[in-house]
Design a protein around this ligand. Structure first.
Ligand code: EPU
Length: 435
């Protein structure tokens, strides 16, 4: 059971290199299952979610080879339809992309229901609607999802999503890539990682147009061939370091990013009084630590991302004045507030809205990471707090942030990861998800 020990109060200085996008990687690895040949994936983040997915592919018969830091080769040529390691699939939410890729490749799929959720109900009805429209019979029974395409192949269809969903958009796009005929998917999500997954599939021979707009057109192909693809940088990892620099003060250059993807985040930090200079592939973030309150509502891209809500709310908890933060995507994404209160934050939550009264400073306390971004939020709080903060359950953080401790240390933060004895009578969590 690892935990982080943080001695707060140090401003951050230096440069931090952003890794590849987690939420693109966790769709691209399952999508590689459809490729007949060797897929070389570059800029793959080294996080536990990608490791788990690569292990699942290996169990299915893929040859997976790490060829350099952040580069893997996946060869699924000889993969046959077989049972997947369900205990592993249950651990991560993104295993649902195997429904799309297995249906596309084999015309059949069996996966577990994605794991229990940390921030409210996380239905998958839009995924199922999409697969059903493509001609699959989908059944959910005993915690498993089984899907079978009529006559062994999916058939292109027109699909209108009732809800803008990142996962459903990608899953349907993946499945449709190898369906017979044309699919038109409307009211889709437009996040940068959706474009990345479409670009990945296209570079392997798919024919997908319109990713990044609200309508995607997929002309199914019979075969996807091998190739090389380099993932985009992680918008949320970059935003998290911006938040850390804004709150702790200092001057941090966030490198290897696409500044355009950061616009919705950069605009809010500027409104709070953070000085941000844009370069071609970097942002220089300068903060005195004295910030103004702002209001915000999370929305699908290009709105302010829900995955940055805990981190920016933590910064706002130290800003001057009262901020109102409304969560527009998830029902229950304020669980971390209880942890921040232990450190002195003055935040009240009513349903999907948090009212944040800025306080001059936090004080260190023992806290826990409730999920991936909640974990990042309490670490940011610890960096700003007087005294020592101990963060438990950091395995959530390690699902989505590559070398979080190492990168923060390189910026001058006083943070270490220690291995503490396991808490008695508590089994390791297997159902909670990141992402
Ligand atoms: N929804 C439905 N039906 C569905 C699917 C979604 O009603 O079939 C609803 C959800 O309940 C939610 C909204 O639609 O209210 C958006 O959900 P979405 O499907 O977009 O979320 P997701 O695909 O399950 C991904 C990311 C999340 C991120 C959301 C929103 C992955 C693995 N996860 O989840 O990432 O919050 O999109 O951008 O890509 C994270 O990285 O910390 C994280 C939680």
């Amino acid at each position: 059971m690892d935990k982080y020990i943080i001695h707060g109060g140090k401003p951050l200085y230096g440069e931090v290199e952003i890794s590849g996008a987690k939420n693109a990687a966790v769709a691209i690895i399952p999508a590689a299952l459809m490729v007949d040949g060797v897929c070389r994936i570059e800029n793959l983040p080294q996080i536990s979610d990608t490791e788990t997915l690569l292990t699942i592919l290996s169990h299915l018969g893929a040859k997976v080879r790490a060829v350099a830091r952040s580069t893997v080769e996946i060869d699924c040529t000889n993969v046959r339809y077989t049972d997947a390691p369900y205990d592993m699939m249950r651990r991560i939410r993104a295993s649902y992309y195997l429904i799309g890729s297995m249906l596309g490749r084999f015309g059949a799929a069996k996966t577990t229901m994605p794991g229990g959720c940390n921030f409210g109900v996380r239905p998958i009805d839009q995924h199922i609607k999409g697969m059903t429209s493509l001609g699959a019979q989908v059944d959910i029974h005993g915690g498993f999802i089984t899907a079978q395409a009529k006559n062994g192949r999916l058939k292109g269809a027109n699909i209108y999503l009732d809800k803008v969903s990142v996962g459903a958009t990608m899953n349907i796009m993946i499945a449709a890539a190898m369906a017979d005929g044309v699919s038109i998917i409307e009211n889709v999500a437009r996040e940068p990682h959706i474009v990345d997954v479409a670009n990945f599939l296209n570079s392997m021979g798919a024919d997908i147009r319109g990713a990044g707009t609200n309508t995607i057109k997929v002309r199914g192909v019979r075969r996807l061939h091998g190739g090389t693809y380099c993932l985009i940088p992680d918008q949320i990892e970059a935003g998290t370091y911006m938040a850390a620099a804004a709150a702790a003060g200092g001057e941090v250059k966030v490198r290897n990013i696409i500044p355009k993807h950061m616009d919705c985040i950069t605009a809010k930090f500027r409104e709070m009084g953070v000085d941000i200079v844009e370069y071609e592939d970097a942002l220089l973030v300068r903060s005195s630590g004295k910030l103004r309150a702002v209001n915000l509502k999370t929305l699908p891209y290009p709105g302010f991302p829900t995955d940055m809500q805990p981190q920016i709310s933590t910064v706002l908890a130290l800003a001057q004045g009262t901020s109102i933060v409304t969560e527009g995507v998830w029902d229950n994404r304020f669980k971390y507030v209880n942890e921040l209160r232990k450190m002195g934050a003055a935040i009240t939550v009513d349903g999907r809205t948090a009212v944040i009264e800025g306080v001059p400073r936090f004080s260190g306390a023992p806290v826990a990471a409730c999920d991936l971004r909640a974990g990042a939020a309490v670490v940011i709080a610890g960096l700003c707090a007087a005294g020592t903060t101990e963060v438990e359950d950091v395995h959530y953080i390690e699902r989505g942030y590559e070398d979080f401790v190492g990168k923060l240390r390189s910026l001058g933060a006083d943070i270490v990861c220690i291995t503490a004895p396991d808490r008695p009578h508590e089994p390791a969590p297997i159902t909670a998800t990141a992402g």
